[in-house]
Design a protein around this ligand. Structure first.
Ligand SMILES: CNc1ncnc2c1ncn2[C@@H]1O[C@H](COP(=O)(O)O)[C@@H](O)[C@H]1O
Ligand SMILES: [Zn+2]
Length: 358
């Protein structure tokens, strides 16, 4: 762990050149310090300091404090022009980090501030517009979008979000591919969202759900896994029987082969995992279960995907070839079409001999 701690923040470039897939990135958690600087400069009246929007090297916060940070960030991104800039910057930064396929997720937000304000529909349209612009600018990355349901907002809002997601699923040229359930895990109960999530899935949207991020969610996770099986699980930190979960849950996840989106830096900095070497990546990877390395929020958690790859490799002693397999297998679990998967696999296969002689 000491080695991992020391290495935190320094990437030697090896994993930057790796082609990567990012599947768990919250837009407002992914704002870099450069972009945050631009936003803060535009809104000096808010008096917000950068130190309140990210957890730097060696620092930690409680999960509760993390959710306070999201509120502060939301104050700074309360106009469509902010969302547009943030989305474009985030996409370009992921591309510069070697991410070839990115699924961004974000909670449609209504704001009454400013001259015109922002509707949830305008919020989503703005993100889609920015994604389109990046494509036109030939940024070397394929980007898709998931609408997030914030569990704090309750079942009525969840239903509205599903409606909006279904609408954009049909009208966005394949950019909107799914739905995320996230938000403060201490608030609300999954049972209130099952109906909406089932409807979404029946409409063709793929589900990526935050499950068992804290120990007290055993009943909720069981209910969701029995009634839905989502296509992917976010974190799943406490699914294991040693950590407040159960063998029954592990068996369900294994039975349905549901991949886990694992975010090591986020979990350690948010203190749901005590240290890098104790991260549940270790146990699931040893089971041969599909594990996808993700950032969660490269801004808030001051990381990037290359760093997460390097971290996993050094903490769990994985060879470049094992890391390559992790990256390659992530393609299986993207929400875009089989055609896109084939294209990505071809790219990976072409890059492999050129880059690493693996
Ligand atoms: C750290 N673990 C986490 N657990 C659960 N939900 C999280 C999260 N990190 C972020 N979010 C969710 O993402 C929102 C910020 O991005 P967007 O405004 O949607 O782009 C947060 O408000 C929360 O709902
Ligand atoms: Zn998350």
């Amino acid at each position: 762990t000491a080695a991992a701690e020391m290495m935190d923040g320094e990437v030697d470039g090896f994993y930057r050149a790796f082609p990567k897939v990012e599947l768990h990135a919250h837009l407002n958690s992914s704002i870099s310090s450069v972009t945050m600087g631009k936003l803060i400069a535009k809104k000096p009246d808010l008096g917000i300091e950068q130190t309140r929007t990210m957890i730097n090297k060696g620092q930690k916060r409680t999960l509760e404090e993390c959710f306070e940070m999201f509120k502060i960030i939301h104050q700074i991104t309360d106009r469509t022009e902010d969302i547009y800039m943030v989305t474009k910057d985030v996409i370009k930064e992921f591309a510069a980090d070697g991410v070839k396929y990115l699924e961004l997720r974000s909670t449609p937000r209504e704001e009454k501030t400013g001259f015109i304000g922002m509707t949830k529909r305008a919020y989503v349209e703005t993100i889609l517009e920015a994604i389109k612009q990046c494509k036109q600018d030939n940024v070397d990355i394929d980007v898709r979008f998931l609408l997030s349901i914030d569990r704090r907002s309750g079942s009525t809002v969840a239903k509205e979000t599903v409606k909006l997601a279904e609408e954009f699923f049909l009208s966005s040229d394949g950019i909107v591919v799914g739905l995320d359930l996230s938000g403060d895990p201490t608030v609300g109960h999954g049972k209130d969202f099952i109906g909406s999530l089932q409807e979404a899935r029946n409409a063709g949207l793929k589900l990526a759900l935050h499950l068992s991020e804290i120990p007290s969610q055993h009943e909720e996770t069981t209910l969701i896994l029995m009634n839905l099986p989502p296509a992917r699980i976010g974190h799943g930190t406490f699914i294991h029987p040693d950590l407040g979960g159960s063998q029954e849950l592990v068996d369900l996840v294994k039975l349905h082969q549901i991949p886990l989106e694992l975010c090591m830096t986020s979990n350690v900095k948010g203190q749901t995992v005590p240290s890098y070497d104790k991260h549940h990546f270790g146990s699931w990877y040893s089971l041969g279960h599909p594990c996808i390395l993700c950032t969660d929020g490269k801004g808030v958690f001051a990381t990037d995907l290359s760093q997460e790859y390097q971290l996993a490799a050094s903490v769990f002693n994985l060879s470049p070839s094992q890391m390559w397999d992790i990256s390659y297998q992530a393609i299986d679990y993207i929400f875009a079409s089989d055609d896109i998967k084939s294209k990505l696999r071809r790219r990976w296969n072409n890059l492999r001999p050129v880059l690493y002689h693996l």
